[in-house]
Write a protein that binds this ligand. Structure first.
Ligand code: FAD
Ligand code: N01
Length: 546
């Protein structure tokens, strides 16, 4: 495509935002309010990010809808009504569209346009950003709202392209309804996406074969229509509740327990797990205050869930295969399901244990296992996840000071100061980047905090005539050391999870999100800002001040 030197409106805005999910949308809104001109580029045809792409059957949030929504506007949060305790993907996508319309955001978003490169021009203190439509923009600030779970990943299995039937990835699901009626369907992968999709697909397909490499822990959601009383309770003090949520470790207002699992008698412990299992949802993991820090405490929760699996799945051999034993519960993202384990009691559902018989290759007729058994299928669904946290950033591979590409700078794993900025990439901000709490939290709470901080920072720079801001190497080093140290205090590094980069061959194994909690993290960000952006190098240019 011929290069279109400048996009038209506004020509060379102050800021380019990449992505129009919840992060990009709120970013555009705040930038506009603060008097900055901005243009967002979005690969999709519409807004919503995660909820635009992940249209697989059963997709829904696992943070309660009353909390998994923006909290920045009282009128909006009062007006929107969620129909279920945990909303499904279509409803969350409707919500994202409603927000975009209500705030009139679309006029600053270029859809069906991917940002393909970004280069820092040190002399001019500007980013040159290019898209696959030939746009070239020169902007002061680059904001990566590219998403932590937006780079869908097909597994390294030979022969994927040889398959004669239909192939799907949960993270790139078609827009038109997919009908599996009468089909033999394979689902490869049993993470959160597979676990949500499997029960729904099992109801439609003639035969469903689940290919499981690692069993995962899943807690039932017991999803239900929104209880009006519960909704009203939230809305009677929405802003107060949001504020309290911001002070929680995960950004979620949970029913916390300040006791350790081993401080109580067995009967009390079981009763607590039972109560949370019955209530449903991921609050199971805060049943006691030491489940992710103390292996013996964690074992009690893991054992409880394993017992639930064996009580649910009628075939004892199958129950055994579905029971996770290779990682502490919660150290891989805990799953939330609607009838997952029950699905394995259906006559049309089979499990293939890939630990015993790995996939040899995909062949035109289906899945060929290492023992030469062929599982013939009509459709294959890859529920194989994402190149998480870094994949969408390294795909753009911005070039910073001296033309250094991000892939080189992050060759041993992502390094950031506060998860927001990285040394060598001035005026580039990452929303919910590695080194921030992001994926360990209610992401919308984390997104709002990042966006607010970034826009406040840009406004401060404008007021003080600063044209360049870059993370300081020592501040970044200290932050990364602190990150590693808090991660080491937990059981998380014991799991081969995507948090650790373990799901992508050759990706460095480092614990990417910051596990010190949303409240402590917010404090660190606020302290840096209050201290005139300590930990950042600033370059002043009085003439450029507005
Ligand atoms: P995204 O929603 O991923 O949006 C990023 C956008 O950037 C995408 O639309 C992408 O197309 C675009 N983009 C990326 N690169 C480029 C490029 N180079 N050029 C142009 N556009 C680009 N979090 C929770 O807190 N609670 C939940 O219950 C929850 N459920 C989830 C369920 C699923 C199935 C998945 C996959 C994730 C879930 N998450 C959940 C995490 C979820 O990703 C976040 O909550 C949130 O939606 C992220 O918003 P975002 O705007 O940061 O990123
Ligand atoms: O991806 P995953 P996901 N052969 O990486 C398997 C969010 N989310 O899309 O564990 C065979 O978790 C892999 O096996 P193993 C949430 O944050 C939330 O499910 O590597 N199998 C694993 O079972 C979540 O954590 C919700 O051994 C292969 C699966 O594929 C994140 O998104 C819903 C394989 C991938 O699991 C990602 O979830 C959905 C291979 N070669 C998503 N390669 C909610 O409920 C991979 N696998 C809110």
């Amino acid at each position: 495509m011929r290069e279109n030197e400048m996009v038209q409106t506004p020509s060379n805005p102050d800021v380019v935002v990449v992505g129009a999910g919840f992060a990009g949308l709120y970013m555009l809104h705040r930038l506009r309010d603060a008097g900055f001109t901005a243009m967002a580029f979005e690969r999709a045809t519409g807004v919503g990010g995660t909820w635009y792409w992940n249209r697989y059957p059963g997709a829904r949030c696992d943070v309660e809808s009353m909390q998994y929504s923006y909290g920045f506007d009282e009128a909006m949060q009062q007006e929107w009504h969620w129909s279920e305790r945990f909303a499904g993907q279509p409803e969350i996508l409707r919500y994202a569209n409603w927000v975009a319309d209500r705030l009139d955001l679309r006029r600053d978003i270029r859809f069906e346009t991917s940002v393909t490169s970004a280069e820092w021009d040190e002399a001019a203190c500007l980013w040159t950003v290019r898209t696959d439509r030939g746009d070239k923009l020169r902007v002061r600030y680059l904001v990566m709202a590219t998403g932590c779970l937006s780079a869908a990943r097909l597994p390294e299995i030979e022969g994927i392209a040889d398959f004669r039937g239909n192939t799907y990835h949960t993270g790139q699901w078609p827009h038109e309804p997919v009908d599996f009626t009468g089909q033999r369907v394979a689902v490869i992968g049993t993470g959160s996406s597979g676990i949500q999709a499997i029960p729904v697909i099992a109801e439609q397909a003639a035969q469903l074969t689940v290919f499981q490499r690692t069993p995962n822990f899943s807690i039932p959601t017991h999803n239900q229509p929104m209880d009006t009383e519960y909704e009203n309770l939230w809305k009677s003090d929405y802003s107060g509740r949001r504020e309290r949520a911001r002070g929680m470790r995960t950004g979620i207002l949970h029913d916390l327990n300040d006791k350790g699992a081993l401080e109580v008698e067995e009967a009390e412990r079981r009763a607590e797990y039972e109560r949370r299992w019955e209530r449903g949802g991921t609050a199971f993991m805060v049943a006691f205050n030491d489940l992710v820090t103390n292996a013996a405490a964690n074992d009690t929760a893991a054992e409880f869930v394993r017992a639930k699996i064996s009580a649910t799945v009628r075939d004892p051999q199958l129950a055994e295969l579905l029971a996770p034993k290779d990682h502490p519960i919660g150290t891989k993202r805990i799953c939330a399901d609607s009838g997952y384990y029950e699905t394995f009691n259906r006559p049309n559902v089979a499990l293939v244990d890939l630990r015993a018989t790995p996939i040899q290759r995909i062949v035109p007729e289906g899945v060929l296992l290492s023992d030469e058994t062929l599982r013939p299928v009509d459709s294959i669904i890859y529920a194989t996840g994402f190149d998480a946290m870094t994949g969408a950033l390294t795909a753009i591979n911005p070039r910073g000071v001296g033309g250094l590409p991000l892939t080189e700078v992050w060759a041993e794993g992502p390094k950031t100061y506060l998860g927001l900025c990285t040394v060598g990439f001035p005026n580039m901000f990452i929303i919910t980047g590695p080194g921030s709490p992001s994926v360990l939290t209610n992401m919308i709470v984390s997104i709002e905090q990042h966006v607010d901080w970034i826009v406040d920072c840009m406004a401060w720079m404008r007021r003080h005539g600063a044209v360049r801001l870059e993370a300081e190497a020592t501040a970044q080093e200290r932050w990364m050391e602190h990150n590693n140290e808090v991660a080491r205090r937990t059981l998380y590094p014991r799991a081969g999870s995507w948090y650790m980069g373990a799901n992508v061959q050759g990706k460095p194994r480092v614990f990417m999100p910051y596990i010190g909690g949303v409240a402590a993290y917010r404090q660190a960000c606020d302290n840096a800002a209050k201290d005139s952006y300590s930990g950042f190098l600033l370059q002043m240019d009085r003439a450029a001040a507005q």
